[in-house]
Design a protein around this ligand. Sequence first.
Ligand code: DAH
Length: 335
Amino acid sequence: MEKKIQNFKDSFNKEIVDFSSWNTLEGIRIRYLGRKGRIADLFKQLSALPPEKRRAPGKSLNELKDYIQSRISQESNRFAVKKEKKLPLDTSLSGIRQHTGKIHPLTKIEDEIKDIFKRMGFAVATGPEVETEYYNFDALNFPKDHPARDMQDTYYISDGVLLRTHTSPVQIRVMESQSPPVRVIIPGRVYRNEAISARSYCLFHQVEGLYVDKGVTFGNLKGTLEAFAQALFGEGVRLRFRPSYFPFTEPSAEVDISCILCQGRGCRVCKRTGWLEILGAGMVDPAVFLAVGYDPEAISGFAFGLGVDRIAMLKLGIDDIRLFFGNDLRFLEQF
Ligand code: DAH
């Protein structure tokens, strides 16, 4: 047995000095150390010996196995170094292009909007995209059969459960969870059953705002939105409030900015009006305060909801909302 072991070592040493490629080195490894290799075979022969005769050859055999393992890894290191030396770095070759990820243009604009409101002292809250009819409509003072529900047709998951059509339901969730003062913005995805076109998609993004305290006025709403618009679009931008209707605010307004492309002179994008609509807003309706257990005699508040996709399209000069959702690198890499 000892003799056999010594023979194996000799033949291994001969083979290992003149291998010339990874293949042959790997071949040697398999031949000696593989599951059906020579070492395994010797171990089998060893186990056939009577127990008292196994000890000494067993030890030599283990030593041989260790030796072969360490020689093979030594040689493979040496071989790797040799190979590298033969192929010096060629700096004239074009490199391997590294793809770095980027922030999605919608996320970028949403982050800018959030930063502006955070500087004004607003906290950020979020809520579920799968929402109940109660939070999406009832608690926001949309009566069951009111035509205002038609403006926000959505996807129903089951009876009374739907994909939210706006971020306003989170107003209710926030007010239910704390007492005034409340000063939050609520970014998120919303869904509507719309005819899909360059201007509308079944999925889009809003940032909701809510400010509730003693003595909050429409003047506070105007001042806050003006400061926001100037921070986002530049000092020169002007705001226009048009009377409108939302069930959860009274009075309500739709708010336009002076067209950022033509500075209000009139162009294709603003349809020659000089104005661009970017958000809805108003003073929180007393019925909403009652739904969350606030006393409408003691406090007041304003709310607004702005369309992130719309703002991103204006700021980045994008003319088709569907591009945001196409996952096309040729588009995304431009921002
Ligand atoms: N939720 C409205 C929509 O999606 C936007 C809106 C209007 C939100 C007025 C408000 C608000 O908070 O006060 O059309």
